[in-house]
Structures are given as C-alpha cells and as structure tokens.
Design a protein around this ligand. Sequence first.
Ligand SMILES: [Zn+2]
Ligand SMILES: [Zn+2]
Length: 366
Amino acid sequence: METKSSQKSELKKPCVNCGSELLYAPGTTSLKCEYCDHTEAILISENGFEELELKGYLSEMGSQSHSEEIMMLHCKNCGANQHIEEHYKSFHCIYCSMPLIVEDAYKDEWITPGAVLPFQFDQKEAHAIFKKWVNSLWFAPNKLKKASLDPEKTKGLYAPYWTFDAQLYADYIGQRGQYYYVTRTVGSGKNRRTVTERRTRWYPASGHISGFVDDTLEKASKQRTGVIPSKIARWDLNLLQAFDSSFLSGFITEKYTISLKNGHLESQKEAYRIATRWAKRDIGGDTQTISTLDMKLSEETFKHVLLPVYISAYTFKNKRYNFFVNGQSGVISGQRPYSFWKIFFLVVGILSIIAFILFLADKGQA
Ligand SMILES: [Zn+2]
Ligand SMILES: [Zn+2]
C-alpha cells in the first residue's frame, strides 16, 4: 500500500478570468489575482490541524505519510534553503540578496507543514514600516535612506519552526529558603549605626509535579547570516491555520535545516527549564534550590509550522545589513550603519558651542 502522500505543494491555481497565478492576500483567507483583482476563498479544513506523534518520525523520517516533494534552491553564499514559486523569474536569496539561478532548483523532500500562520499585511505595508523606521534613525547615512526606498528589497518569508507538545512528569529534591532579618550595629564612635541584613533559613523539600507542555517553539533554520532576532520571533500561535499551500503563494518558504531530531533535543532542554520552574513554584518559600530533578515526557507530539517574517537585506559599503518585520504583529528589528560624517559634524558642532560659551564666560569675568 502506498502510504506516502503524493500531493504536490505547487498546485498552481490559475485565475478563472485571466489565467494568471492567484496569490495569497495577506490578512484574509483568500487568493487574489494580481492583474484583475479576482478573489477566491481558501477552503479551510474544518478539522483544525493534527499534532503528529513524535516517535515514528524520529525513528523513520521520510518514509512516512505527511512528507512530500518540493522545489528548492540552495544559496551557495549563505546556505539558506528556499522553496521557490514558479512565478519568480529572477530571484535573490532572501537572507543575503545573492542572485540565485532558477535552473539550479532541485527536488527535495520535506515533512509537510502541519500549520501555517498566514501573513497579516502585505509587502507594501511592511515596506512602509521599514521606511518609517529608517527615517526615525539618527545618524543614518543618506544612502541608506535611499536604499531602503526600493520595495523590491523587502520580501515575505515563511520561516520554519518545530513545535512540541508533551505531558511532563517530574520528581524533585531540593530546599526551600525562608528569609529572615537581623539588625546589628556596625562602625564605632560617630559612625556607629545599625543595619538590617537578610539571611536565609533552609528547609528540605521534595515532591512531584506534572502538567502539559504546550507548543514549545524551536527554530528549524540553521541560518547564520541574517538570523531572525528574538525580539521579533514572537507570534500568537493561537492563530495558526491548518496548512494549505495556498497561503504560501507569492511568498518564499524556507525549508528546515535543523532536523526534527535536533529540534526535539532543544525542546527537551526547554521542557527541563519548565520543569525546574514548576518545581520551584511547588517548593514555595522565598527562594529555592533543586538538587535532583528526574523528568519524564510522554505522549510527545510535534508540528512543523511556518511563521511569517518580512526581510530586507542590502549591502552598504561592503557590509551586509538585515531588517526584519514580524508578519503578524508588525514589530520591527534591524541592524543599521552609522554615518561617520553626520556624527563628526555633530561632535564638532557641540564642541564649538561649548568653546563659545567658555569664551563668553571668560569675557564676562574680565
Ligand atoms: Zn485574473
Ligand atoms: Zn543567501
């Protein structure tokens, strides 16, 4: 029996009016034709999305259902793996703006995303956020302001993440600390005074905790150039949609380069941190220590999810800079160059004002 899903993610939906490709319209659940504005609703699965059982995938990746083939382009400059859409004739790496050759695309297999968080606003709006940000920067070179005016440099990327759910159980042994205060006298003679000091009394503590760990988010991209800053890597996962490739139409999708196995290892570390927090809360008191924590996870499931980010990469004086805008919340973060001359003239200006004030003060005294 054929268990492998043979669905193709690149089933293009042509416009019924004019035949051109329909693209996902951000903030909606529809596809839209760029040319004649014809729209078509994306059929959202009523069943929501399913969490996949982790065990089978960890032991036998690829030979499972829920995997499929997609067209990928590999950037030789920075190593990013990008899924290309057919309508891109010329194409630049989203991270490092290196030109990529569409003929170099190859077929690759991936675990089909379980869910996607669709873009909530379009590229024009993302670009307006960039522009506002750049114009608010102090000491930015004028050329930067010009460079950032090119909207073609701002692209929407669906970044790959793993999320994990599990039932957590742990036994712990530790200590509960209770604060108490003592006052004592210090110094001598005139400097004699009383001070209050905090001390801790420790009591043994042990116990058992359990709970459900929901949606531990682990990045699935190894990308080292243009890493998405943690400041903007926060999404409301309650708004995830069951995966439908229609949501990707018109955007770039990055394939995970951190394996499910390694993502899972990271999620276990995160689960351990969560268990530590829970155990400390369980111990109570003013402060806590934990000497042993024996943690078990069961009923582990995972999802491959795609999360929206707008990225703009550009080179300025041989140095590369990236801007990022969260495609759901609009939060922006970016690296920026400083203009040497703007800072130089400001410093010269301030120094001359100080010199002038000193000169006046000097004259007034004479
Ligand atoms: Zn059309
Ligand atoms: Zn690249």
